[in-house]
Design a protein around this ligand. Structure first.
Ligand SMILES: [Zn+2]
Length: 606
């Protein structure tokens, strides 16, 4: 399309109902009508979500200068011409302004779509707006996008948008004016409204702006929030030191506190992270660690995805799937380095880093999937299976996050071992940015061959090309014993802390029910139980929590009689118990290669 300006109107005065009214003013294409397309997926998340399902009451009219909320707005019906396409404004002269109005239901608690309550409203642009003609993001596009938001006077907008002033209006509401340039930047710039004011830290040429919002309106404790901002700034300082100057800019970090929902999404100059509120207060130390790890992961994307992109994302079509075999690198290696950055910056201690690594080793070894699916396949298939696990997914699928991270660890170990610690994985990320990143010496993004070229040039004697091909395309687990061995560490299998017999299943207890989530592949229960079964009683004894189940099984015989609810029917099943699985621990002090992981870091936490 020609770069005709787009004006957006967003009415968030009824956020408590999750009903948000939107209007978009565009230039008419001509008398044959103007086509609009709604994104089918959200950049940074590889699944067709079709957020258009949350759009209601579409109609159009010839545009006027007046805000649509000033009088009763009415329009003509649009013509649906596909799942995510519409046509409107037949008979309108080319270049005349037309206005499309609709309502969106903002009740999906995800960093990728929209959510509104009495306490906040959060919008992902790709889940909110129609795009003229087609939902293709051409980086050269420089369309001017302006937005007028009407919101309660005690709220303020937050996001990577440029603020262009605000004004109070008669009805006690405020109008905020915001702008952004280019379709791609628009779709990549989330926007939130709440009472929370940003907390600001300077990190080199970056202004780190952190807004913390509790989605249910619970107060955010000031001391905990300040501590988190300090930790976030320390992590970002470390990443800039390790990976290079990402340029000057405002980095907008929005943290949404929930009752447990978790997620994160990177943007070119910001992130939206979501975490259970106990992660901020420190009531749950493991969640507090997880929160810092998540924030660090999204920071790392500033280099690895946003500056250095997958090659296939050079021109993104948000209407069709865009398979990308390098997701193991863009997500897994991002996670690997992000946790190293938590340790190198002193936000985590070595003990905390190792504790987190042990959890990952257990997840990795506890599943069959990684030995059956390569990370390249896992990435390709993300579009159809990655975000939709079936009941036996853990047996068949590898996570390109977890397995990619462990391949990253093994690659780092080989690089450092074979170069006598002269070349590290972070040098590879940094060099790949310098060559193939935005404004890099070559540009154009990263693919497998380019990655091999960077490694080959930085560490020519290591001959890691074949190693890398194998690691990515073979459905075989990376050799972790060897990788940790390079660092002078051992993975030791030991008998579990709590003895006694077990079902051999992962169990979740919520709302008074004890539910089987997954049954291990090598236990007798596998042919009897299935995921989704609710365990009601063991040998006639009522069970109300997973803890009670574990306790009851410890004193039971070799076979127990389970009362189970399956598809709403109560059945009884005899299940043979099994020995508990071994627990894997990381032991040893680590050699000089291990200790040098943090030797030149910015901080040390004892
Ligand atoms: Zn990520």
């Amino acid at each position: 399309m020609a770069d005709a300006p787009i004006h957006l109107w967003l009415d968030v005065t009824d956020a408590a109902s999750a009903r948000i009214r939107c209007w978009i003013d565009v230039d008419a294409s001509g008398p044959e009508g103007t086509q609009m397309a709604f994104p089918r997926w959200i950049p940074g998340s590889y699944v067709i979500r079709d957020p258009v399902r949350m759009v209601r009451d579409l109609c159009w009219s010839s545009s006027s200068e007046f805000p649509p909320w000033d009088s009763e707005w009415a329009g003509s019906p649009v013509e649906r011409i596909g799942v995510n396409r519409l046509r409107m404004g037949e008979g309108q002269v080319a270049g005349s302004r037309i206005r499309l109005g609709y309502e969106i239901i903002a009740d999906e608690l995800s960093v990728r779509t929209n959510h509104a309550t009495h306490a906040h409203a959060f919008f992902s642009q790709a889940a909110t707006w129609w795009i003229p003609e087609e939902a293709v993001l051409d980086r050269k596009d420089s369309t001017q996008i302006t937005l007028t938001a009407r919101h309660p006077a005690h709220w303020q907008p937050f996001g990577p948008w440029c603020a262009d002033g605000s004004e109070m209006v008669d009805d006690g509401m405020t109008l905020s004016h915001l702008t952004i340039s280019g379709l791609e930047a628009w779709m990549d710039s989330p926007l939130s409204f709440s009472e929370a004011a940003p907390r600001i830290r300077s990190v080199g040429r970056i202004s780190l702006e952190v807004t913390i919002v509790d989605i249910a309106g619970a107060p955010v404790r000031d001391e905990a929030a300040e501590k988190l901002c300090d930790d976030a700034a320390r992590i970002l300082v470390q990443q800039v030191a390790d990976l290079g100057d990402p340029g000057a800019g405002r980095y907008a970090l929005l943290l949404l506190l929930t009752s447990g929902e978790r997620g994160g999404l990177e943007h070119r100059w910001g992130q939206v992270s979501m975490m259970g509120r106990t992660g901020l207060t420190g009531v749950d130390p493991r969640k507090a660690m997880d929160l810092r790890s998540l924030i660090s992961h999204e920071f790392t994307h500033l280099w690895n995805v946003r500056n250095l992109r997958p090659r296939s994302f050079e021109c993104m079509n948000l209407e069709v799937e865009a398979p990308e075999p390098m997701l193991w690198w863009f997500e897994g290696v991002t996670s690997y380095y992000a946790d190293i950055a938590c340790w190198r910056s002193g936000v985590w201690s070595e003990a905390e880093y190792r504790e987190e690594m042990e959890r990952k080793i257990r997840r990795h070894l506890g599943r069959l999937g990684p030995s059956r699916q390569s990370v390249a396949d896992s990435a390709q298939l993300a579009w159809v299976e990655g975000y939709r696990p079936d009941c036996w997914a853990a047996e068949a699928r590898a996570s390109y996050y977890l397995e990619g991270e462990l391949i990253g660890l093994a690659l780092d170990a080989e690089l450092r071992h074979r170069t006598n610690d002269a070349v590290r994985l972070l040098d590879v990320i940094s060099e790949a940015n310098a060559r193939y990143g935005l404004g890099g010496s070559i540009g154009g993004g990263l693919d497998h061959d380019r990655l091999k070229k960077v490694i080959g040039d930085l560490a020519p004697s290591t001959r890691l090309g074949r190693w890398l091909d194998q690691a990515i395309s073979n459905p075989a687990r990376p050799n972790l014993v060897k990788a940790f061995g390079r660092f002078g560490l051992r993975i030791v299998a030991s008998s579990p802390d709590t003895p006694g017999q077990v079902l051999g299943a992962e169990i979740a207890s919520n709302e008074g029910g004890v539910v089987i989530r997954r049954v291990h592949s090598d236990v007798p229960a596998r042919s009897v139980l299935r995921p989704g079964d609710e365990v009601i009683a063991v040998d006639g004894l009522r069970i109300r929590s997973s803890k009670a189940l574990t306790g009851t099984l410890q004193g039971a015989g070799e076979v127990v009689n389970l009362t189970v609810a399956r598809h709403g029917i109560i059945i009884t099943l005899d299940v043979a118990l099994s020995d508990p699985p071994a627990e894997h621990k990381l032991t040893g002090r680590g050699n000089s290669l291990w200790r040098s992981t943090i030797a030149d870091g910015e901080g040390v936490k004892d």
